[in-house]
Write a protein that binds this ligand. Structure first.
Ligand code: OGA
Ligand code: NI
Length: 371
């Protein structure tokens, strides 16, 4: 039942050059054959940190940003964005202008992919030396605990980075839905990036220049099957994203994402038709720690599978990423991170299991305990 390609073979890091990950069983298949089973390898002994109670969580909702105000240059909304990135590292975006139909088509396409027979999905399985395709990433040892999810990761922008051998082209409508969706995310991302630039004291195109032109894009589609013992497992282990920022689309009616805020896990209640945005490590580094790349995880439930679609926006591989001059002040805000070629950062991230923010030490000038 392992998601392993028959002709994978080679040990060299694959085409993207980002890394590799060991083949693992499909948890969707395990649950399909026995929905009660919770194999030992999925049991996380120490899940770490208290969970905020439902009551408290209601008063602790992550900030909501109205994108239509942002796009008009509304000063108050830009200030709200600043506080959201600084205090939370996460926000929900409403009035983003992406048609509901495009979001629904995308969700339906992803649902249809995971409903395909396993033999069909396996045709798009990632090779061991790749991170693109169907399977799971961040598995670096045979002894490591596994997460209660399957995924398919595809590079989407620039379009020449698309490897159609991993795209389920036999699935009617999938390619069109993903192309349309990724185009919309690219547009949204450009406006967000321009706003982050201004907030960092740069011109609107400042970050674009520092990140090597148009942001790159890859989309990770996650499938979390039901679990008979959600208390024992994790849908996705705590981690921060190694991106500039991430745009997340999720089911409207299943809560699963939790973010670490003041040392506790805060559930994020979906707002229908909104997108969740989180700051990634590259922005934390460029903002010299002002904007936080927050640890997050996903939990599962007994009743309903959950799908989420994470659009990762990231700089060019060859670009050197470091705190921008305007965010460094030797007296009050000394440089906290070293300059580092983005591909070196990503390779470090993909060479480890997901473990909070441990991988971010790689870019820090001094070791800290914030992971
Ligand atoms: C991710 C991620 C969270 C979710 O794919 O990086 O954090 O809710 N997903 O699925
Ligand atoms: Ni994430």
């Amino acid at each position: 039942m392992e998601v392993r390609v028959e002709n994978g073979g080679s040990c060299e890091v694959g085409k993207s050059g980002w890394g590799q990950s060991l083949p693992v069983p499909s948890i969707q298949e395990i649950v399909r054959s026995d929905f009660q089973s919770v194999p030992q390898r999925y049991i996380h002994e120490n899940k770490g940190g208290p969970i905020i109670s439902e009551d408290l969580a209601d008063s602790l909702e992550i900030p909501v940003i109205d994108f239509s105000f942002l796009a008009k240059g509304d000063e108050d909304e830009v200030q709200k964005l600043h506080l959201a990135c600084k205090d939370w590292g996460f926000f929900q975006v409403i009035n983003h202008g992406v048609k509901e139909e495009i979001l629904e088509k995308m969700k339906a396409a992803v649902a249809a992919f995971f409903e395909l027979p396993f033999q069909e999905k396996k045709k798009y399985a990632k090779a061991e030396n790749e991170i693109e395709g169907y399977g799971q990433n961040f598995v670096v040892s045979e002894h490591q605990k596994l997460d209660w999810s399957d995924m398919i990761f595809l590079f989407t922008f620039p379009s020449q980075n698309r490897n159609f051998k991993f795209w389920p082209l036999s699935l009617p409508g999938f390619k069109e839905a993903l192309e349309e969706y990724s185009r919309e995310m690219q547009k949204l991302a450009e406006e967000l990036q321009a706003n982050f630039s201004v907030l960092m004291g740069l011109k609107r195109d400042g970050l674009k220049r520092l990140q090597g032109g148009e942001l790159k894009q890859g989309i990770r589609m996650n499938y979390y099957p039901i679990c008979s013992r959600p208390d024992l497992v994790l849908g996705i282990s705590p981690h921060s994203d190694g991106t500039s920022f991430t745009l997340l689309l999720q089911d409207d009616d299943v809560t699963g994402l939790q973010i670490k805020h003041n040392e506790a896990w805060v559930p994020v209640k979906p707002i229908p038709n909104s997108l969740i945005v989180n700051i990634g490590d590259a922005t934390e580094i460029q903002s010299n720690g002002m904007y936080k790349s927050i640890e997050h995880r996903a939990v599962t439930n007994e009743k309903k599978p959950r799908i989420s679609i994470a659009t990762f926006m990231f700089p060019d591989d060859e670009q050197e990423i470091g705190p921008v001059e305007t965010m460094i002040d030797d007296q009050n805000r000394p440089k906290l991170y070293r300059n580092i070629k983005y591909v070196d950062y990503v390779r470090e991230k993909f060479s480890r299991k997901m473990e909070g923010k441990a991988h971010t030490q790689f870019a820090k000038l001094r070791a800290t305990s914030d992971h």
